[in-house]
Ligand binder design. Structure first.
Ligand SMILES: [Zn+2]
Ligand SMILES: [Zn+2]
Length: 395
């Protein structure tokens, strides 16, 4: 665990620099019992303290770590003990030349009593923890996987014409899909590896942390100094976005909301990965006369008072053209008459059709001449039933 150089681990545990490992263990246990978060629930200060003593114990209880800490003034897993040794020797001799710790350049590191070397004397030392975690988490990230990656699926809503959905046929839709890059053919790079522009091929970059300089492995090339030549067309993605017109077939009787799967018409894969699928959710168009509900067709048909009361045979529109409908005598407005198998053929069960449901809409005539009004009055006298009787019976 990286730590700051000015942390006094011995002081934290309350032991002398010469303490034996047994002393250290005892001191830690005593403090741990006092500051453990389980003993101090919700106490942030105790939690901080517990972290500090745990960190101190982590280093001082390990012989190798303790040695590095004694030599350098802080501990990090990244430090090679042999180099720490060399550094300590040099410090004791008053050496000034930089020592490369195989990752760190301590040219600015003077120890507790050293004078600041850089002009910006006010620069904060910062926290070693912050500096290190930032650098090493970046440097240790594995290079992006470049194996075959399958393309993702796409989902689009496709509106098809009312008649196409019923009779079947061709439809088309515009989709935006990721397509294999035509320049690099999905390889994301053009040609072999080239010198890394970030580190100029050295594989190392220098990063300032407070007054310290760190030589760290170049995060762009992972310290190799070479990167693959990125394709300019797809910026190394291997795929490019394209708007494409997709033609697809609609089965007769396709219903609203039905899903159609077009295999391999989704986004292209990368590095030879299979393309995803394109899923189309069919939205069937509407019609001014016919309303489709599943496989049934609903239509409102106006009839005259004479047709409704006397009964009649009238022509009604169906999806196959005109057809005759028998209106029984005494048909009321709003009444529904079923025309069997005049609906839509089922997409799953060919030959099986829905029905047409006709809603009767009685049209009341406007009487413009005295003769018609006379007849209507006479008709009313002959048929003087009150249609509101039932209504009042229920009140
Ligand atoms: Zn590099
Ligand atoms: Zn490309």
């Amino acid at each position: 665990m990286p730590t700051t150089q000015n942390k006094d681990y011995y002081g934290t545990l309350g032991v002398k620099k010469t303490a034996s490992s047994d002393d250290i263990r005892k001191a830690f246990r005593k403090l741990a019992r006092k500051y453990h978060p389980d003993v101090n629930p919700g106490d942030k200060k105790a939690e901080e303290k517990f972290k500090e003593i745990s960190e101190a114990n982590d280093v001082l209880s390990d012989e190798k770590k303790r040695k590095v800490y004694d030599q350098v003034g802080f501990y990090s897993d990244q430090i090679d003990p042999a180099q720490a040794e060399a550094y300590a020797r040099q410090q004791s001799q008053g050496g000034q030349s930089p020592v490369d710790f195989g990752g760190f350049d301590f040219s600015g590191f003077q120890g507790a009593g050293g004078a600041p070397q850089q002009g910006a004397g006010s620069a904060s030392w910062g926290s070693f923890k912050d500096i290190f975690s930032g650098i090493f988490s970046g440097a240790q990230q594995p290079q992006r996987a470049r194996g075959p990656q399958p393309g993702t699926d796409l989902e689009y809503q496709a509106t098809v014409d009312f008649w196409t959905a019923i009779r079947g046929g061709q439809a088309r839709i515009q989709v935006n899909r990721m397509e294999t890059c035509p320049t690099c053919h999905g390889q994301a790079s053009t040609g072999g590896p080239t010198q890394c522009p970030e580190c100029n091929g050295s594989g190392q970059v220098t990063q300032m942390g407070g007054r310290m300089k760190f030589n760290i492995p170049c995060p762009r090339c992972n310290g190799t100094g070479r990167i693959n030549n990125t394709c300019a067309t797809c910026h190394g993605e291997g795929v490019v976005s394209r708007t494409e017109t997709v033609d697809f077939r609609i089965k007769a009787g396709t219903r609203d909301g039905q899903r159609i799967r077009l295999q391999g018409k989704g986004n292209s894969g990368v590095n030879g990965g299979a393309a995803g699928d394109l899923f189309l959710i069919v939205r069937t168009g509407t019609h001014p006369v016919f309303t489709r509900v599943g496989d049934d067709i609903h239509v409102a048909v106006p009839v005259t008072i004479a047709e409704a009361s006397l009964g009649a045979k009238v022509d009604v529109p169906t999806i196959d053209g005109r057809a005759q409908l028998k209106i029984p005598p005494g048909t009321q407005s709003g009444q529904k008459l079923r025309m069997r198998e005049r609906g839509v053929e089922n997409a799953q069960r060919p030959g099986q059709r829905g029905d047409q449901i006709v809603t009767i809409d009685v049209v009341v005539p406007t009487l413009n001449d005295e003769r018609s009004r006379e007849i209507m009055r006479e008709l009313a006298k002959l048929n003087n039933q009150d249609p509101r009787v039932a209504l009042f019976e229920k009140v």
